[in-house]
Design a protein around this ligand. Structure first.
Ligand code: E4P
Length: 226
């Protein structure tokens, strides 16, 4: 299971990149809109300089011609840029046309296994099932990952990777891996929470306190001439 960061915030990307865990980054128009004043091209180019792996840049056109035009432009920014298109019939056409030019695509906003299968058959590099948004409407996001994994498994020609998206909490990451996802794209806060455990904190505090007590005892012994 690989971890991508789901953000367009450069400070978050810089910090998580320092942890040595990132294999890629996903952005989307809503995440870009949160970064007031940041240019799209500059942001994507900067991210590509920080993280050595696929960087998703999402198209905003509603027809295949527009998606292809945007895709060709964004892919020229860096060899790691992959083009995010929505799971629509126009998106499928864009994936097929961009694929013929050697440009990789992430088909996003996947909410059923049919969308994932057709995206894979069109040549998607990754598909992004949105598990949190399904959970939000009382459907089972993890069941969708399991279904897609089983469908892909059944056809040895499918090389498309499953990228679990719309991750809400650390258990989603582990459950996605167990359900067959290859990648989870996570908000920064989910990664931070995933490394927290009260027993780690209390254990570390106890180790440090014991070490300090030992040092103090040795200093006293040295002062007493022992
Ligand atoms: C994936 O690539 C999307 O950017 C993202 O995971 C959307 O998640 P949300 O439901 O938190 O907006």
């Amino acid at each position: 299971m690989k971890i991508y960061l789901d953000t367009a915030n450069l400070a978050e990307i810089r910090e998580a990149a320092r942890w040595g865990i990132l294999s890629g980054v996903t952005t989307n128009p809503s995440l870009m809109a949160r970064e007031a004043g940041a240019g799209f091209e500059d942001t994507i180019r900067t991210i590509a300089g920080l993280v050595d792996g696929p960087i998703s840049a999402e198209t905003v056109s509603e027809d295949a011609d527009g998606m292809v035009r945007e895709g060709v432009e964004y892919a020229a920014w860096h060899s790691n840029v992959i083009i995010k298109v929505p799971a629509t019939t126009a998106g499928l056409e864009a994936v097929a046309r961009l694929g013929r030019r050697g440009i990789r695509c992430n088909v996003t906003l996947i909410f059923n296994a049919n969308q994932a299968l057709m995206a894979a058959l069109a040549g998607a590099f990754v598909v992004s099932p949105f598990i949190g948004r399904l959970d939000d409407i009382s459907q089972d996001g993890m069941e969708l990952i399991r279904e897609i994994a089983a469908v892909f498994e059944q056809d040895p020609d499918i090389r498309t990777q499953i990228l679990a998206a719309s991750i809400r909490h650390p258990r989603h990451v582990i459950e996605s891996a167990l359900a067959g996802a290859h990648i989870a794209t996570c908000p920064f806060g989910v990664l931070e929470k995933g490394m927290r455990h009260p027993l780690t904190d209390s254990g570390n505090a106890a180790f440090l306190a014991d070490w300090r007590a030992r040092e103090a005892a040795m200093a006293l012994a040295a002062a007493a001439g022992h």
